[in-house]
Design a protein around this ligand. Structure first.
Ligand code: KIV
Length: 303
């Protein structure tokens, strides 16, 4: 993987473009975003795809897992991201229990993310057991990204946020999962927290692009969580993330400066305020004083 041919920034990225990027060995860049202002920055930076991940439950809404995230949350945040994006492909995550119960539920909910929220594609967690659901969505014109390995919606079944696929049976099962998703029509698959060697095997074997997070450099693309990259997630940085900026410290220092200026009377200045003509001030003051006298109110400085 070496070529670096960025997508034409003047036009929107499609799911087909991601396939072409794999064929051209051009690494695919994906990042999460959850609101209009962050989506605008991520889009302007030229990423190929924005994932409105259900990780928003943890990094934006303060939950301790992704399980409480609702369809309403996803529609709300996806809409906001779409409003801030002109170039990147916007992929909306399907939240826990929005696609597992029946394929009809999955279709209705994926349809909402596309029609109401304006997503260009959806992502859902799971392998072979989700293949028929993926096929149902794809047949209905909804592009689907798969997600295997560490699937956070199954955190309680997995016994924690742990690397998956180190043992032969699990590795073989994961390869079968990826094949089934590809056969079902998925346009791409996220590989989360699996060994580099396994991710390389899968990426070689599939004709659709793999997007890794904690899966090494052999994937066709990479995805990261916005807050991890920018130091907005507190002290904890996952092993697979790299902090490219400490925006959290920048924000904390800026807010502390604002608070100190307000308390010290340094904000706002005259330049940051507006003023009235002195004759208007005098007239308002005179009229207010005479009407107060008329109703018998006497100001302290007049008493
Ligand atoms: O929800 C999310 O942000 C994700 C990525 C970590 C792949 O699923």
């Amino acid at each position: 993987m070496s070529a670096t041919v960025p997508m034409d920034p003047a036009r929107p990225v499609t799911t087909h473009d991601l396939g072409a990027m794999k064929a051209a060995r051009t690494p695919i860049v994906m990042l999460t975003a959850y609101d209009t202002s962050s989506a605008r920055l991520v889009d302007e930076a030229g990423v190929d795809a924005i994932l409105v991940g259900d990780s928003l439950g943890m990094v934006v809404l303060g939950h301790d897992s992704t399980l409480p995230v609702t369809m309403e949350d996803m529609v709300h945040h996806t809409r906001a991201v779409v409003r801030g994006t002109t170039h990147a492909l916007v992929i909306a995550d399907m939240p826990f229990m929005s696609f597992q119960v029946t394929p009809e539920d999955a279709l209705r909910n994926a349809g909402r993310l596309m029609a109401e929220a304006g997503a260009h594609a959806v992502k859902l967690e799971g392998g072979r057991h989700m293949a028929s659901t993926v096929a149902r969505l794809v047949e209905s014109g909804i592009p689907v990204m798969g997600h295997v390995g560490l699937t956070p919606q199954s955190v309680h079944q997995l016994g924690g946020y742990k690397v998956q696929g180190r043992e032969t049976p699990v590795a073989l099962a994961l390869i079968e999962d990826c094949r089934a998703l590809e056969d079902a029509g998925a346009f791409s698959i996220v590989l989360e927290c699996i060994p580099t060697e396994l991710a390389e095997m899968v990426s070689r074997e599939l004709s659709i692009p793999t997007i890794g997070i904690g899966a090494g450099a052999g994937c066709d693309g990479q995805v990261q969580v916005f807050h991890d990259l920018l130091g907005l997630g507190g002290e904890f940085v996952p092993r697979h993330a790299r902090r490219y900026a400490d925006v959290g410290t920048v924000i904390r220092d800026a807010v502390a400066g604002y608070a100190s200026d307000v308390r010290g009377g340094a904000f706002p200045s005259a330049e940051e305020s507006t003023s009235m003509d002195t004759t208007v001030v005098a007239e308002v003051d005179r009229l207010r004083a005479s009407s107060a006298r008329a109703v018998g109110v006497v100001r302290a400085d007049e008493a």
